[in-house]
Write a new protein. Structure first.
Length: 459
């Protein structure tokens, strides 16, 4: 076997986000193949063999790669629509368009979503895809292929809906699946694509869309399927007051109690949003180690409210950050969510004590790894973990006068990414993707957005 190749990063500020929040004002990271070999203060150890590259990271902060825990890639080609709506009105406005997506559109949208995140420091992405119109092609394969080409570590949350307009739901009838069809297609996706290995680049979760778009049978049988296959579970939960009212009217209980009744609380589960949670709900999530994907920009865009993130963290609930779909967060960037999570939570009851810069960075890195069930492999810079890391340039006009680099990254303007590594492979160089042609991706997303708009207009 060929000797393992090493990459040495030196002269950088380093935030490891390990259990002790270890930081180095001037330190090094050594990558050996797809693993982190060493992290520490000062220069790298002498006598390293087979060093193929040395990076002088003066003026940079090195962090773990960002981990996105909630997204809907297909929405990249419906950005900028229904901009003054709450969640239910927004869904009603957009489902007639979303119901016309096909494989070509979904692949272009996935490329656009992934490209925007990757060039902004995301090394692990996820997509909750739940719209499968009849005869639309291999949508899951298109999404997974786009992530593979981008070089990003990826979790596909294979979603589903079986409650259409005729059942009192929101999507058109032809845009949902049957109960048996959704379960069978989900199982096929897991069997075909899920990799359970330590350094897996692709994993799959079972992910019925939400309580108001799926039947109770799909929720409960989906949970049974996930646990039989040994994969994680994901859905939307407690996003709006309207959802809570819906659950009480239809099921005679609130969302958290409904989730528990269908097997949807547990350390293998994470929920998106969780904005409207009372003390009992938070206690239930903490007791069961159910995770939360906090999406501050989307929650604000749809006027859903402010999630009680400080209370969740204090109770021991695992919390990560999510971009959410770009029809409700048009920027599509996760690094801006570090800042938005901190600022929006300070508008809540805890005010200036809600979150600090290091807590925000932890949400976007180790917290996300916890939520995706990958905290043993990613989310912090520690020897033996996978080589997913980002070099943020902090010596330009935007940040140079901020002494503390973590404060600069979180409180300051969006920092340029000089380099981003996934599994030891560089995917971003000087703010540009090195695995795909950004301009070609922009053209294809524009073309597919226009094609979808034409098809939707024809009805």
């Amino acid at each position: 076997m060929a000797a393992v190749q090493r990459i040495v990063v030196e002269n950088a500020a380093i935030a490891t986000v390990d259990a002790e929040d270890t930081e180095h004002a001037d330190g090094h990271v050594v990558l050996a193949g797809n693993r982190i070999e060493s992290v520490g203060a000062g220069r790298a150890p002498e006598g390293l063999q087979n060093v193929v590259r040395r990076i002088d990271a003066t003026g940079h902060l090195v962090t773990p790669g960002l981990v996105n825990t909630h997204h809907h890639f297909y929405q990249w080609i419906t950005r900028g629509l229904a901009t003054d709506h709450n969640l239910f009105d927004w869904l009603v406005a957009l489902y007639p368009t979303w119901a016309r997506i096909d494989e070509r559109m979904v692949r272009a949208a996935a490329q656009g979503s992934l490209a925007m995140m990757a060039r902004g420091g995301v090394t692990t992405a996820m997509d909750h895809h739940y719209v499968f119109p009849r005869d639309s092609g291999d949508l899951s394969g298109a999404i997974i292929g786009a992530a593979r080409d981008m070089g990003v570590r990826f979790t596909l949350a294979r979603g589903s809906m079986d409650r259409s307009e005729k059942d009192g739901g929101l999507p058109p009838d032809f845009a949902v699946e049957t109960l048996d069809g959704a379960l069978a297609a989900t199982e096929e996706t897991v069997v075909q694509h899920h990799d359970a290995s330590f350094d897996a680049m692709t994993q799959v979760a079972v992910a019925p869309c939400s309580p108001f778009s799926v039947s109770t049978e799909l929720m409960s049988q989906g949970a049974e399927l996930a646990r039989r296959l040994g994969v994680r579970l994901h859905t939307h939960g407690s996003e709006t007051v309207e959802e809570e009212k819906f659950c009480h009217e239809l099921f005679g209980m609130g969302p958290t109690d409904y989730f528990e009744s269908t097997g949807w609380l547990g350390e293998d589960v994470w929920m998106a949003h969780c904005v409207h949670m009372n003390d009992s709900d938070i206690d239930a999530f903490a007791r069961t180690r159910t995770g939360v994907a906090h999406c501050p920009s989307s929650n604000a865009r749809l006027a859903a409210g402010i999630a009680r993130v400080p209370d969740m963290l204090a109770a021991g609930v695992p919390v990560g950050l999510g971009v959410d779909g770009t029809a409700s967060n048009e920027s599509g960037e996760l690094h801006t969510e570090l800042r938005n999570a901190l600022l929006i939570n300070r508008l809540g009851a805890h005010r200036e004590a809600a979150l600090n810069a290091r807590q925000a960075l932890r949400l976007g890195t180790f917290g996300g790894a916890q939520v995706l069930g990958r905290a043993a492999q990613i989310g912090s810079l520690e020897p033996g973990k996978l080589a997913d890391l980002v070099l943020w340039k902090l010596d330009t006009l935007a940040h140079a006068s901020i002494a503390d680099p973590v404060t600069a990254l979180v409180f300051g303007a969006a920092a340029p990414v000089t380099a981003s590594f996934v599994n030891g492979r560089q995917i971003v160089e000087n703010g540009r993707l090195s695995t795909v042609d950004e301009d070609a991706v922009a053209r294809s997303t524009r073309e597919e957005a226009r094609r979808l708009a034409r098809i939707a207009a024809q009805g």
